[in-house]
Ligand binder design. Structure first.
Ligand code: LLP
Length: 423
């Protein structure tokens, strides 16, 4: 099943023509296919099961935090990889049980660590010796033992965009290789800590298995060393990072290839394997639909000015990311070379450069593909542009799962200083 495909020249989400949604939802809006989300989750789960891995799959909530998306994954038995107290609240509210939640991130505050311990989540991934100390103190005060994996920084090049690489030693993430072994030894003596796992995550949108394998090899060595030290490691968290197809010629590893790589290193480790996929479960299940405001011609360029901006989908501006742009209604006519741009007052508010697509007119709809990950979740209200609506489709039904904000929603928390209101 392709979640978004043309039927009689009209782009549909599952069985719903997008123009029909655009009649009720103001553009721009995100649109998710629940069948695609479910399919991604079940294919991932099947692939790791086939390799005989005892797996816990935790969706990286940061890639898409819409409650309806989370509920879809919860119903499919998927857990959550969270990075904040907010994501913890959301994951629990969506029905993801605490035993399926892992908490990553370099800057967990005391309040967040407390909330995680109170909720009784499955695992905390500690990113520094300092964080481990703090967690230990908090756990002791609560009379608890925190189940912890140390996130190791394997100093591996993920061969992805520099801004989404996390596994090199100069990155802020993880605990450096050299101090990990003594820190595990120390952790075993901490009354509030139970060092049960090793965690690694080297970056996002990886399109080859080699960097994963390099990192897994190092983790496997560490596992061996720690067991020799008498430390009982029972969990390996392999992080996320599996890439998706943005351009037609992108060829990321299949679920099967990825699961096989994990099995190669940890198949007989006797460990529970935790996966933290974000993008691979959500990206291709979502699109951003936008309307052409006008076609602006200059001596140098033809700009397709659309009503979505970098505030709605920041990936092209932030990571030079490529998103396919498709007309929602095919007209079979001639083609034009466009720069597709948003209305935001920034030169970087450009979605696509020199894109050859059918000639478009003001009022036409376009869809930015593979926008279900790090699209809505990274959006902002910059230029006082309210957050876009989110729509979920299932078969021939669709529903608004986040209303488009009004300006008063955006400004609700604002007030004047008392002295400004005097007199
Ligand atoms: N686990 C950890 C510890 C992470 O830091 C991340 C992503 C994931 C899992 C999920 O990675 P995924 O499977 O989605 O690749 N905003 C960027 C991506 C940032 C990724 C941050 N960490 C983008 O739009 O490309």
């Amino acid at each position: 099943m392709t979640p978004f495909s043309y039927k009689n020249g009209i782009l549909c989400a599952e069985n719903v023509p997008l123009p029909l949604i655009a009649e009720t939802a103001e553009t721009p809006f995100y649109c998710y296919s629940s069948s695609a989300l479910e399919k991604n989750a079940s294919e991932f789960a099947d692939a790791v099961k086939k390799e005989g891995l005892d797996a816990l799959i935790c969706f990286a909530v940061k890639s898409n935090a819409n409650p309806a998306v989370l509920r879809t994954f919860a119903a499919a038995g998927i857990g959550a990889d969270i990075v904040s107290g907010g994501e913890l609240e959301l994951a629990l509210a969506a029905g993801i049980p605490p035993e399926k939640i892992v908490f990553s991130g370099v800057g967990k505050t005391e309040k967040e660590l407390e909330a995680a311990l109170d909720a009784g989540i499955f695992q905390l991934n500690a990113e520094s010796a300092e964080e481990l100390e703090t967690l230990n103190e908090i756990a002791i005060k609560k009379g608890k033992k925190a189940p912890v994996a140390l996130r190791i920084n394997p100093d591996v090049d993920a061969h992805t965009h520099a801004k989404i690489s996390t596994g090199k030693k100069e990155n802020k993430f993880g605990i450096s290789w050299e101090i990990a072994r003594p820190l595990y030894a120390k952790a075993t003596k901490m009354k509030g800590i139970s060092p049960v796992g090793i965690d690694v995550h080297i970056g996002s949108q990886l399109t080859e298995t080699a960097p994963f394998e390099e990192a897994f090899g190092k983790v496997a060595d560490m596992l061996h060393t720690l067991r020799e030290d008498g430390i009982n490691i029972s969990r390996i968290d392999v992080g996320g990072g599996l890439g998706v197809v943005y351009r037609d010629d992108d060829a990321p590893p299949s679920f099967k290839e990825y699961a096989a790589a994990v099995k190669k290193y940890f198949g007989d480790a006797g460990c529970r394997i935790i996966f933290e996929p974000g993008r691979r479960l959500s990206a291709e299940a979502g699109i951003l639909v936008s309307r052409v405001v006008r076609v602006k011609k200059t001596p140098a360029k033809t700009f397709l000015v659309v009503d979505a901006g970098m505030n709605d989908l920041v990936r092209p501006a932030m990571y030079d990311a490529y998103h396919a742009v498709a007309p929602v209604v095919e007209n079979g006519g001639e083609k034009t070379l466009y720069d597709v741009v948003g209305p935001v007052c920034e030169s970087s508010d450009v979605f696509a450069k020199n894109r050859l697509m059918q000639t478009m007119r003001a009022g036409d709809l376009v869809a930015f593909k593979a926008a279900g990950a790090y699209g809505s979740s990274m959006s902002s209200t910059y230029n006082m542009r309210p957050l876009a609506a989110e729509i979920m489709v299932k078969g021939d039904r669709f529903a608004v799962v986040r209303k488009r904000q009004s300006i008063s929603d955006v400004t609700r928390a604002c007030s004047l200083a008392p002295w400004q209101e005097e007199g």
